[in-house]
Design a binder for this molecule. Sequence first.
Ligand code: ADP
Ligand code: ASP
Ligand code: MG
Length: 440
Amino acid sequence: MGIKVVKFGGSSLADAEHFRRVAEIVRNDPKRRYVVASAPGKRTSDDVKVTDMLYHCYELVHDGKDITEYYNRIIERYNSIIRELQLDFDISGELEYIRNAILHHSGQDFAASRGEYLNSLILAKYLKFDFIDAESVVFFRDNGSYDEEKTNSVMRTELQKHRNAVIPGFYGVMPNGTIKTFSRGGSDITGSIVARAADAELYENWTDVSGFLMTDPRIVKDPLPIKVVTYRELRELSYMGASVLHEDAIFPVRNAGIPINIRNTNEPDAPGTMIVSSSGEYDANRIITGIAGKKGFSVITIEKDMMNSEIGFGRKILDVLEDNDVSFEHLPSGVDTMSVIVSSAALECNNRRERIVSSINKRVRPDSVVIEDGLALLAVVGRGMVKAKGTAARVFDAISAADINIRMIDQGSSELNIIVGVEDSDLDKALNAIYHEFVK
Ligand code: ADP
Ligand code: ASP
Ligand code: MG
């Protein structure tokens, strides 16, 4: 019998009621043998995620402040779950140990990771599954990068010893034994790692929406769910802000050809979204698969007459960025101008902005260099676009009809996506305009 690895996000494990739903989902299919759990998320829109509370405790200690009251709120979140599930389980020793560790300046990652650790202990007890601590099966190298080979081999051997297990998401261990986390939302990555090591037939990622929606539901009202999306389309969408799945979560499963199914814990019968390696099918009526957008980009515009005939011009500009440790997103260019789009945050630290401008002036002696902030990028993504004529025109018409100024256009050579730059303040309006152009 095949194996399904199931990951439940924070909103799916936020309280006892959700634990019950999760247990029902897991018990409904004996293939669901390995469960990856997040820390308790928000119960209501103004609630605070336990992970954020743990980061806050770490900050309080760092600032020399008392954590008693705040930490007691974390204790109560876990105790209320245990109480309401009527579990005979005492985690007070664990909670005390963690409090002391945070007080004694354990690392920030250690503090943050305890959200998943504790929730997984409780879930394992409730499901009567074994508990496998992520620190014994997920490894990072000295330089902080994820060690895929070691993790895959150790995790594989460990899973074989357990018929059923719960594994906390989000963290692993450094060679010196300290805890390290992935970036925020990283439990999705752990789920993918476990799916690969288990040779799973499917990685189910359970969250609070009925699949990957065509666009961000916080910006466009009730967007339609996507039935099938390819890994490549998904990469484009998640990189550009569709945050339902961590952008690195596809790598472990992609090469192994394991599909991901995004499902809704609150609507378990909905089929959700299948993420697959390739699909020839697309909805001819809709053409595009999804739209995503992200704020916070800057444009560096370099002008110089006859730039096009100056060999090595572009390379010198990119060298300047590399020397300053800044990566670029897009490079739209004309005959006498070249624009480089970078993340504004990357320009902020260490006076990089000034250093980049002065190095460009020195290296290529341009007529002018200007940096403008406040750019938002949106990606219109679809494997169907290559076959459908006029998609770009429809995108631009929709944006213009909404009275939005387009600051940049870039169509990927794969014809999988069209990237449009607009003012930060126009992003939401632009997403709505494009969505309603393609979904009538
Ligand atoms: P989890 O806690 O299960 O990991 P996340 O909060 O990380 O869940 O991701 C799910 C959320 O992603 C949704 O509640 C939704 O608000 C947001 N989201 C953003 N873009 C999309 C999209 N295109 N489709 C679905 N959800 C999206
Ligand atoms: N709990 C972590 C976070 O809030 C990891 C995750 O939820 O995937 O980022
Ligand atoms: Mg998430």
